[in-house]
Write a protein that binds this ligand. Structure first.
Ligand code: SAM
Length: 237
């Protein structure tokens, strides 16, 4: 799998209207290519402007399939297709109690908020303090005050609001942190990039009464999980 070429930083010149048209075109393309199927995820992607979660110098590139660097040590805002890639197999839906490990820019958190709606709950954890502050500000400016943001090691989960219907880990791990499996509801689903034998696969887990099902979905490339259950040294790129 190849890396990406990040275009050079520049002063933003595109209008809100231009970016809105690009967003609609991106959604059409994600539907056409089979990434985007559910109405709620589609509506969330149409509603939340990705540019509002990008560093100013990259705003004009908001709808390119490129992960852009964020303030912090290893943080990126993932490519646009990554969100339906994770949220569709998770079956993220209205009313879900959702835990995200790896807040990054806050964009995935805003999408999740739109998907789960007012009867659901979104909790997101970020380990990097600089990245955390960046995302918190983005979410505040965009009007997402009703999400729970936690600065700390997401590998430990957030027991206060557990059990969760859905958990999404947005950094690559060699093992799924046991506290996250423990904080998942029975019949709940967890999705994560799993690093094994030099490649990363996106893996979907579903919790049964006494076991888990595990399905490998596709190859991916993500920054490494940090913290107690992280890999020692191996930034993915
Ligand atoms: C690919 S980025 C997340 C993208 C994000 N979902 C978005 O929409 O912008 C992965 C994030 O996971 C964070 N991270 C890595 N290890 C973590 C951990 N143990 N707990 C919480 N966050 C972690 C990184 O700092 C980075 O911000």
């Amino acid at each position: 799998m190849q890396g990406w070429i990040v275009p050079p930083p520049k002063k933003p010149t595109k209008t809100k209207e231009q970016l809105r048209r690009e967003r609609e075109k991106k959604v059409r393309s994600l539907i056409k290519h089979g990434y985007l199927r559910s109405e709620r995820i589609k509506n969330a992607m149409l509603k939340v402007p990705r540019e509002d979660f990008m560093p100013r110098c990259y705003k004009d590139y908001a709808y390119l399939e490129v992960p852009f660097p964020l303030p912090g040590e290893q943080a990126t805002i993932s490519c646009p297709h990554s969100y339906p890639l994770f949220y569709e197999p998770l079956g993220l839906d209205e009313g879900h109690r959702f835990l995200e490990v790896g807040l990054g820019s806050g964009y995935g958190t805003a999408l999740a908020y739109e998907i789960v709606g007012k009867d659901g709950l979104v909790v997101s954890i970020e380990i990097d303090p600089l990245t955390f502050d960046y995302a918190k500000k983005n979410l505040e400016v965009a009007g997402y005050h009703d999400v729970v943001l936690v600065k700390g090691d997401g590998g430990l989960g957030y027991p206060k609001f557990s059990p969760y219907d859905r958990i999404c880990i947005t950094a690559a791990c060699t093992e799924i942190p046991p506290p996250l499996l423990a904080q998942l509801k029975v019949q709940g689903r967890l999705i994560a990039p799993s690093a094994e034998h030099g490649v990363q696969n996106l893996v979907l887990y579903e919790k049964r009464e006494t076991s888990f099902t595990r399905e490998v979905l596709c190859e991916v490339l993500y920054v490494s999980l940090r913290g107690k259950y992280g890999q020692c040294e191996n930034p993915a790129f």
